[in-house]
Design a protein around this ligand. Structure first.
Ligand code: SAH
Ligand code: SF4
Ligand code: F3S
Length: 432
C-alpha cells in the first residue's frame, strides 16, 4: 500500500477555526490524508485564516511567501487557503500568491476533497444552502478531554467594526439532535469538557430550542462532566440561560461576555445596541445565581471618535466588573465595515490606551489567580506535567492548574486544593 499523504494545518483566529480545522482534517482523512506537524514533509498545506484585524490577515501572505520555495522544490505540493481571509479576498489571493491551489470559504469546506480532486486552481466562497456539517464525516480527529462543538455560526449583528457578518454570513443554528449525537460521539472518544461555540452562541435557536434547553439536554449525557459556551452577546442573554447557571452543575462558572467599550457614546457608534448599564444589570443577574462566576471580556480601544473621557468610562467599567481574564485590542480598520470610513484616533493615543487597559486587566487577572489560593476546585486533567508526578489540567474557571499527583490520569476530574498562584497558572495538591 502506498504511504498515506500528509496534511499540515496551520490555524489562526478563533476557536471556531480550531474546530473547523479538525473537521477539515476529518474530511481529508476520508481521502487518505494523515496530519503531520511539519510543513516540510507535507503533501498538502492548509492555512485556516482569520480576517478580524489587519495583522491577522497579513500573516497569511507572510506564510505563503515562506511556502513559495517549498512549492518550487516540490511542485506536487497542494496549498489550500481556508477560513475568513479566503472568504473576504477570494480570487485576489490567487493573484497575490499564484502558488496557491485552492481557496475555500468557511461555509464551503465540505467540498474541499472534491475541489482537490478536480485539480487546477479553484476558488469557492459560496454560502451554499446545505449545511456543510451534514456533508462532513463525523469528527474522528478529536482526542483529549476538552473538545469544541460548533452549535451556531454566523452573525447578524453588524457591529460597525467587525468583518464576521461578511466572512461567516448570517446566523445559522445546527439542529439539536445532531449536536447531541456529536456530543455523545465526542464523549465516547474521551471528551469530558465540551465548549459550545458560535459567533453569537446565545442566539442559538436550532429547531426552536434555546441554548439553555440544549445545555440541559447535554447535561443528561453520562460522563460529560463540564459544559461551557462562547461567545455570547449581551443582547441575546435569555432568562433561561442565566437560570441554567444556577441549577445545571455541569455548566461551569465561567462566562465570556464581550462588552468592547464602557462608553455609551462609543457603544452606540459601534452599533452594539446596549448601554453600559444594561451590561452591569446582566452581570448582577449572573452573580446572583452563581456568585463565583469568572467573567471574561473583549475590549477595543481607539475606535474612531473615542475620546479620553470615553476611554475613562471603559476603565471605570473594568474596575466595577472585575474580570478574571480579558482580551484587549487596538481598533483595526477593516475594509468594507462602516467604521472604516471614519477618521482614526492617532496611533500613539490608541497605543497608550491599550497599554493602560492591558495593565489594569493584567492586575485583575493576577488578583483573580491569587484569590484561588486556599480554595478547593475541580480540575480536569489534560496531560502529564513536565515534572514527574505532576498533572496539568483546567479548573472549573478555566485556569491552568499544575497538580502534584503521582497517580493522575488524563481525563480524570479531581478535587484540588490550590496552594500557589502565578500570573497564568495555579499549583495545587489533590485532596482525598
Ligand atoms: N462575536 C463576538 C466577537 C467576535 S470577534 C462578540 O460579539 O463579541 C473577537 C473580538 O475581536 C471582538 O470581541 C473584538 O473585541 C475584536 N475585534 C473585532 N473586530 C475588530 C477590529 N476591527 N479591530 C480590533 N478588534 C476587533
Ligand atoms: Fe462581530 Fe459584533 Fe457579530 Fe461579534 S456580534 S461577531 S463583534 S458583528
Ligand atoms: Fe477570525 Fe473568522 Fe474567527 S475573522 S475571529 S477566524 S470568525
Amino acid at each position: 500500500m502506498a504511504d498515506p499523504k500528509k496534511l499540515f494545518i496551520k490555524t489562526y483566529g478563533c476557536q471556531m477555526n480550531v474546530y473547523d480545522s479538525t473537521r477539515m482534517a476529518d474530511a481529508m482523512a476520508a481521502d487518505g490524508y494523515v496530519t503531520t506537524e511539519k510543513a516540510d514533509d507535507a503533501d498538502m498545506v492548509l492555512i485556516n485564516t482569520c480576517h478580524i484585524r489587519e495583522k491577522a490577515s497579513e500573516k497569511l501572505f507572510s506564510d505563503l511567501g515562506r511556502l513559495r520555495p517549498l512549492k518550487v522544490a516540490k511542485p506536487d505540493l497542494k496549498i489550500t487557503v481556508a477560513g475568513c481571509v479566503a472568504q473576504a479576498e477570494g480570487a485576489e489571493i490567487l493573484r497575490r500568491a499564484p502558488q496557491v491551489d485552492v481557496v475555500v470559504g468557511p461555509q464551503s469546506y465540505h467540498r474541499l476533497p472534491e475541489m482537490l480532486r478536480a485539480g487546477g486552481q479553484v476558488v469557492d466562497t459560496d454560502f451554499p444552502a446545505e449545511d456543510k456539517f451534514d456533508h462532513l464525516p463525523q469528527g474522528r480527529g478529536h482526542s483529549g478531554p476538552s473538545a469544541f462543538l460548533t452549535v451556531q455560526e454566523g452573525c447578524d449583528k453588524f457591529c460597525a467594526f467587525c468583518v464576521v457578518p461578511y466572512t461567516r454570513g448570517a446566523e445559522v443554528s445546527r439542529p439539536p439532535e445532531r449536536l447531541l449525537a456529536e456530543a455523545r460521539a465526542l464523549v465516547a472518544r474521551g471528551a469530558r469538557d465540551i465548549s459550545l461555540l458560535g459567533q453569537n452562541v446565545n442566539a442559538y435557536h436550532g429547531d426552536g430550542w434555546t441554548l439553555a434547553r440544549l445545555i440541559r439536554a447535554l447535561a443528561e449525557i453520562p460522563d460529560l462532566l463540564r459544559i461551557r459556551y462562547m461567545t455570547s452577546h449581551p443582547n441575546d442573554m435569555a432568562d433561561d440561560l442565566i437560570a441554567a447557571h444556577g441549577d445545571v452543575p455541569q455548566l461551569m462558572p465561567y462566562l465570556h461576555l464581550p462588552v468592547q467599550s464602557g462608553s455609551d457614546r462609543i457603544l452606540k457608534a459601534m452599533n452594539r445596541k446596549h448601554t453600559r448599564d444594561d451590561y452591569f444589570r446582566l452581570i448582577d443577574r449572573f452573580r446572583a445565581v452563581r456568585p463565583d462566576i469568572l467573567l471574561t471580556s473583549d475590549f477595543i480601544v481607539g475606535f474612531p471618535g473615542e475620546t479620553d473621557a470615553d476611554f475613562s468610562q471603559t476603565v471605570d467599567l473594568v474596575e466595577r466588573v472585575g474580570y478574571g481574564m480579558a482580551y484587549s485590542f487596538k481598533y483595526s480598520a477593516r475594509p468594507g465595515t462602516p467604521a472604516a470610513e471614519k477618521a482614526a484616533v492617532p496611533d500613539d493615543v490608541a497605543d497608550a490606551r491599550l497599554q493602560a487597559l492591558q495593565s489594569l486587566l493584567t492586575s485583575q487577572q493576577r488578583a483573580a489567580q491569587d484569590a484561588m489560593v486556599g480554595r478547593t476546585v475541580g480540575v480536569l486533567y489534560e496531560k502529564a506535567g513536565r515534572m514527574p508526578g505532576q498533572m496539568v489540567g483546567k479548573s472549573d474557571h478555566l485556569q491552568a492548574v499544575h497538580v502534584t499527583d503521582a497517580n493522575g490520569k488524563v481525563g480524570a476530574l479531581v478535587q484540588v486544593r490550590i496552594t500557589a498562584s502565578s500570573a497564568n497558572s495555579l499549583a495545587g495538591v489533590t485532596i482525598s
